[in-house]
Design a protein around this ligand. Structure first.
Ligand SMILES: [Zn+2]
Length: 360
């Protein structure tokens, strides 16, 4: 009898332990086609010193991003990652140490990659960036159905395909894409300005994308005005500059993503609503090739199924750069985020298991 009672107590305690996470808010940030090589090794000498991939002043660029050692280079490129996340959070994907992150899908490009991450599921049918509305339910709409979170799950994207990847026609969530203004609620001055500014730059990469600075301005202004529980930002400058073969601007894009993430993290940590109860998770949708194939990705560019993940928040041990030999996949991030929020993500498809090491 006593043993049964003890077992029952342990069972109940175990269930509670699952629900007793500190995370109440989540920020998910996607960095399109940004490689693990730059995260862990900094600027790549084979590309950095190749004039073919330069458009900016070389000396100024070298001062910004070059140094002799990989560890000095990576800190120059991504100071928030290597000062703050590396000391208070976790960085996965340094393949030089055998710590592996990969996409599970066999396509290695954008719509399939994001769908895998956001749905926690690799669907073989999702095989094109022109794929129509995603039939698979995603973790954002799962959050949006939870009591107290309705209407508090928002996306700001630099690429217009996010409206289809997240199927906003089905779930009616706010998914702000290039060319769209934020209209929800009474707008603050910052929101009005962010809305206006996105109309004042040339469509350097076409009309389906906008520069990340605009996406960021809209997102941050929305956070300050409305305090969403789940913020999802989808950045794309890195991939666009990569396809253009501009390695200098590709590095700038990554450096600014690091800076925008830092600014958002610091702003939210200074806000009682978010302080010490918010987890950030950052990852790409795919990698890129190496050498002259760095400009591309997909199955024609070997290695572009190799990715990375960074995470920081109150439930995640401060183990920094993960140095153990292990393998995780993009389809595990959705369940990880759900469980950090004390929930179990279920959908109209199977869902990848959470990454156990992100929990204390
Ligand atoms: Zn992509």
């Amino acid at each position: 009898m006593k043993i049964k009672l003890l077992a029952l107590i342990m069972l109940v305690a175990g269930l509670n332990a699952f629900a007793q996470t500190k995370t109440r808010n989540v920020v998910m940030i996607s960095v399109d086609g940004y490689r693990w090589q730059e995260i862990f090794r900094g600027a790549d000498s084979a590309l950095f010193f190749n004039k073919k991939y330069h458009h900016q002043d070389s000396a100024a660029l070298a001062g910004k991003f070059w140094d002799k050692t990989a560890s000095a280079r990576r800190s120059k490129l991504m100071p928030f990652f290597w000062n703050t996340i590396a000391s208070k959070g976790q960085l996965y994907g340094n393949r030089d140490l055998g710590n592996l992150v990969n996409v599970r899908n066999k396509y290695w490009f954008s719509y399939p990659g994001r769908s895998e991450t956001l749905c926690g599921f690799y669907d073989e049918k999702i095989n094109s960036n022109d794929y129509p509305n995603n039939p698979n339910e995603n973790v954002l709409e799962f959050f949006n159905k939870q009591k107290g979170m309705e209407g508090k799950v928002v996306t700001f994207a630099s690429w217009d395909a996010l409206s289809r990847i997240l199927n906003r026609d089905r779930n009616k969530m706010l998914v702000n894409i290039p060319g769209e203004r934020v209209t929800a609620g009474k707008l603050t001055d910052a929101q009005v300005l962010a809305n206006e500014l996105q109309g004042y730059l040339p469509h350097y990469f076409g009309t389906s994308v906008r520069f990340d600075a605009h996406t960021y301005a809209l997102a941050k202004a929305y956070v300050l005005a409305n305090h969403p529980r789940v913020l999802h930002i989808d950045f794309s400058d890195t991939d666009e500059f990569g396809h253009h073969g501009e390695y200098d601007s590709f590095l700038d894009g990554a450096h600014y993503v690091d800076a925008m993430t830092a600014s958002l993290w610091n702003t939210m940590q200074n806000d009682p609503f978010y302080k010490d109860n918010t987890t950030f998770i950052i990852y790409p949708d795919h990698g890129r090739g190496t050498g002259d194939k760095w400009t591309s990705h997909g199955t024609s560019a070997p290695g572009s199924n190799e990715t990375w993940m960074a995470i920081i928040g109150p439930d995640t041990p401060a183990t920094g750069e993960m140095k153990n030999k292990s393998q995780i996949y993009q389809d595990q991030f959705a369940q990880s985020v759900a469980q950090l929020m004390g929930l179990k993500f279920t959908a109209n498809h199977p869902v990848g298991e959470a990454v156990k090491s992100v929990f204390k």
